[in-house]
Design a protein around this ligand. Structure first.
Ligand code: PLP
Length: 371
């Protein structure tokens, strides 16, 4: 199988699997227990916390582990609205992940006021549009760094500055950006996920600037900084920490590799394909392509040994055309003619180029064109 679905999830790094191993077998102690074994597990979690914090690269804040980035985003939004006195507005963007958009919809049903800003055809937010929407009722501005469907990179530092000018907090979903692009200074809350950086699934984290901690949503033993209860999994935290350490160490090599893959992919593409979203303001490990008249779902089932995706993993399951592709102005037909190729550290040039040739040939065949 050729795996080209790096935005859905990334292969677990061998170093990560090795680091986790003792913590899923013999080292089973509860990290919150005072025994020597418990303290050893707690120390491993603290090292992991430092590694994930270092990979995020922001200072003057604390990081709490969560069960996923989805949980971190829910916590950031709901917990901030809960705490914000007299501020009931959320400003976000139409192209955010469902973890943000659906949470906003839920908050809206409870009386919050949500503004979803449009993006241009390149997928980018217009800062003047954002500023025009900001007032002293806004509690939080939520914008993702790297889009999971089209890879475009939003101007997070400027967005955070605009949010701060009116006294609001800025939440950045950096799930697809961590270890791939720099996380700019400015956000007060940053959500990240283990499985998008070659770590394990079902572990995420919320980084919180000092003083910007949201109200707790999960109550109990108070394990994570007194803000997020529940026994942590040393195996998952250690795996996330090892993955974060690797992305920090391999950042330059990973980035050169991805840039070279992107260049090879573009060179290989024959006529008829258009890149969705900005090509310049973009993470190069995401190639979202459309081809007029293509039945992308059929293409995916014709090429079962190549793992790639329709707009996004979530949209693929639902049968709905992607909200991101619609937000950049594509009609339903164009959205259904789009595919997403995601690649990275463990993708070879031969695999990617070979897959693109086969995808192109299958698309032409589907459309009755000569190979
Ligand atoms: N945000 C973005 C941009 C994502 O791509 C994802 C995962 O698909 C999430 C949030 C949710 O992350 P998790 O799988 O850890 O809940």
């Amino acid at each position: 199988m050729i795996y080209l679905d790096y935005q859905a999830t990334t292969p677990v790094a061998p170093e990560v699997a090795e680091a986790m191993q003792p913590w899923i077998s013999e080292k089973f102690a509860n990290p919150h227990s005072p025994s020597r074994w418990g303290r050893e597990a707690a120390a491993a979690i603290e090292l992991a916390r430092k590694r994930v914090t270092d990979a995020i690269g922001l200072t003057r804040g604390r990081l709490a582990f969560t069960g996923s980035a989805t949980e971190a985003l829910n916590w950031a939004l709901k917990g901030t609205l809960e705490k914000a006195k007299g501020r009931d507005r959320i400003v976000t963007v139409a192209t955010e992940h469902a973890a943000v958009l659906d949470t906003c919809e839920w908050l809206e049903s409870r009386g919050s006021n949500v503004t979803r800003l449009p993006v241009g055809a390149n997928g980018l937010l217009n800062l003047d549009n954002l500023k025009a929407e900001l007032d002293d009722r806004v509690a939080i501005v939520a914008v993702m760094l790297v889009n999971n469907e089209i890879g475009v990179i939003q101007p997070i530092a400027e967005i955070a500055e605009a949010a701060h000018e009116i006294g609001a907090l800025m939440l950045c979903d950096a799930v697809q950006g961590l270890g791939r692009v720099d996380i700019p200074r400015g956000p007060d809350l940053v959500a990240v996920s283990g499985h998008k950086i070659h770590g394990p699934k079902a572990v995420g984290a919320l980084w919180m600037r000092d003083g910007a901690e949201p109200e707790a949503l999960i109550h109990g033993g108070g394990q994570e900084l007194g803000l997020r209860s529940g026994t942590l999994s040393p195996a998952l935290c250690v795996g996330f920490g090892a993955a974060a350490n690797l992305v920090s160490e391999c950042r330059a090599i990973d980035s050169d590799h991805v840039d070279a893959l992107w260049a090879s992919a573009l060179q290989e593409l024959r006529t008829g394909w258009t890149v969705n979203g900005s090509e310049d303001q973009r993470y190069h490990g995401n190639l979202n392509l459309r081809r007029d008249g293509l039945d992308a779902a059929r293409l995916i089932s014709d090429l079962r040994d190549i793992a790639f995706s329709l707009g996004s993993a979530c949209a693929s399951g639902s049968g709905r055309p992607s909200h991101v592709l619609r937000a950049i102005g594509l009609g339903d037909r164009e959205a259904r003619s789009s595919i997403r190729l995601g690649f990275g550290r463990y993708t070879s040039k031969e695999e990617l180029v070979g897959a693109i040739r086969r995808i192109d040939a299958a698309a032409r065949d589907q459309q009755g064109l000569a190979a």
